[in-house]
Design a protein around this ligand. Sequence first.
Ligand code: ZN
Ligand code: ZN
Ligand code: FE
Length: 761
Amino acid sequence: MTKKRKKIHVSGVVQGVGFRPFIYRLAEKHQLSGWVINHSAGVDIEAEGEAGRLEEFLREIREDPPVLAQIVSIESKDIPPLGEKRFQIKASRRNGNNSTLVAPDIATCNACLEELRNPADRRYGYPFINCTDCGPRYTIIRQLPYDRPFTTMAAFRMCPDCQQEYDIPADRRFHAQPNACPVCGPIVWLEDRNGERQESGAIEKAARLLEEGRILAVKGLGGFHLAVDARNAAAVRELRKRKHRYAKPLAVMCRDEAVADSLAEIGPREMDLLKSPQRPIVLCPKKQPEALVPEISPDNDYYGLMLPYTPLHELLLNAGPCDALVMTSGNISEEPLCRENGEARRRLGHIADYFLMHNRDIYQRIDDSVTRIIGGRLSFIRRSRGFVPRPVLLAKPLPPVLAVGGELKNTFALIRGNQLFTGPHVGDLKNLETLEFYEQAVRHFQQILETTPEIIACDKHPDYLSTRWAENSGKNVVVVQHHHAHVAAVMAEHSLEGPVIGMALDGVGFGEDGSIWGGEVLLATPERYERIGRLRPFLQPGGDAAAKAPWKMAVALGLQAGLKIEWDRLFPEIPEEQINLLEQILRRRVNSPWSSSCGRVFDAFSAVAGLQLEAAYEGQAAMRLEAAISREAAGLPPYRFPVERADNIWEIDYREAISEAISDRLRGKPAAVIARRFHDGLVAALTELAGMAREVYRCRRVVLSGGCFQNCYLTEKLTANLARNGFTVFTAHLLPPNDGGLAAGQAYVAAHRQQKGEHAE
Ligand code: ZN
Ligand code: ZN
Ligand code: FE
């Protein structure tokens, strides 16, 4: 029997995911000798043994890696055998090369949950139980390589029992960096506003306080949550008041699947997502009558649900009668969530009655991810915990670029080789606190990715904080138009080189001509675009402020259509003087820029349908319009949105549709009818426009992007319609279609321009 030896290099998410123990066990299984080592460029292996078994070994690495691993590449070559006797795991070393990936934070695995609930286990009821398959990662890592001294667990010295688990290759906790137990690990305590601490029975006491309607700040994986009983109206109202969050829906953590099932319509795919190791918040339609108090998500037809994802959550939800807890980010509205204990005391002291604290530090804050199933597939509304910092893999390597994103739902992005990373959800980049978090996260990202690009991509909007930050960086700035970036984000996800017909439908983006864009059809490549279609422009009263007043958009569109409308009959809630004033503002064009925003057209129809006259947040009216669609309204003719040629561009004209919708409403037709006819009409117009574009440009690939594609009905119906007409359709699944994906698109465009030597617009 001839022995062979191979040198193997594996890159990807291979640290902090139980990869070395996996390799060790695999080597034992195939009677191989040699070693495995972690370093900042990935994992290196030398393995020696019988040739056939070596091949088996390689095949199993490729095909059956640990659940959390994501292999980017495996390179191997033959080297001379050394005749070693055993296989070993060598200590980590540093290396100049940089292709290792940090793993995201992952929910407690089933094996750990079993131990947590087993009175005979030494970690029974221990809120920091974890293993190589689960637990904190990104949030505790200061720098690479991923080893205990470089994490916030460095402060805890393992007891002999833990050390043994850590040292024994066959153990589930072999080299589990956050390994801990009640003897040696972090502790949890309950603290009141005066700093009075209580360690024993802290979780049971916390559960009791929640039952009594108190507001608790609970330290989680990536920051603090504010928790209250989701079935206690007074408590939820009080939380909203103290947090200055009056209308936006609050996320709810359910004890288990059965509780989630009792609250909302949850399909099998939604359930898979709820139970996934990433444990995001999943949007699900409420069951009627509403099971939780209406204060959870007023004027909204969905719940944002999640399941416990840390052992502490698991224990808290099982320690008392509360089986559904509001778990909203621990911050004042519009500020980043709290990360440190002292910071939480300072910033949440006037919101929370008590703090459920612990002493495992969070190094990087990260918000919960928010998702929805669209077309049977995962779609992101916010991509953060559980997914960041996992990259999107590109078909070919591109020059390094940092992209700063937009303003709303900001994230940043970074390209390193063939990997496109997006950073954690930063939020609306409008204030100093958020900017500080942003800068710190960018720094940390560049550090753990060991890449500091010299090219910075940003939006065209001159007043965005992100744009100014890019301009002040002293680096090479590449400006990317908002909707081009939206389309490019989806192109990046599918490694498309173009050209594509890009439909970018959203609320607002800075247009090439300085006007508000948001209903755009672009012929796009990764480097450039041509605007070939748009929604017929209208005057948007008050500019961006119009997003909060759907009724004003209805009046604006009605006026644009030249309609004489009895507004007092349509909107009896709105005082006549206000309507008259608005008409004057529009006629004189006072602070009313031109706009082609698709989001505002959704708002207008939502108001006309009587669903939402005033919106507390952008997108609320559109969500209600989508939710109003019902099966009963099927079979009605869609509203007509004629597509016409104007100024060398195809224009989708909404005038006929808005007047039809208004007469439907005045004739007493239900919202379901208006919602359905509107959506179907828009789908028909977009499909028609795509057909015209195909005739001229010979292009049959369509990309759908922008916040409007968080709309499940629109996305599914348009995708199906286009496919039936012979188009290949690409949508967003790895990144959010909304502004959370903008940075990725900016990076993709800038990197391509750099590659082609085109720096300027
Ligand atoms: Zn585990
Ligand atoms: Zn221990
Ligand atoms: Fe946008």
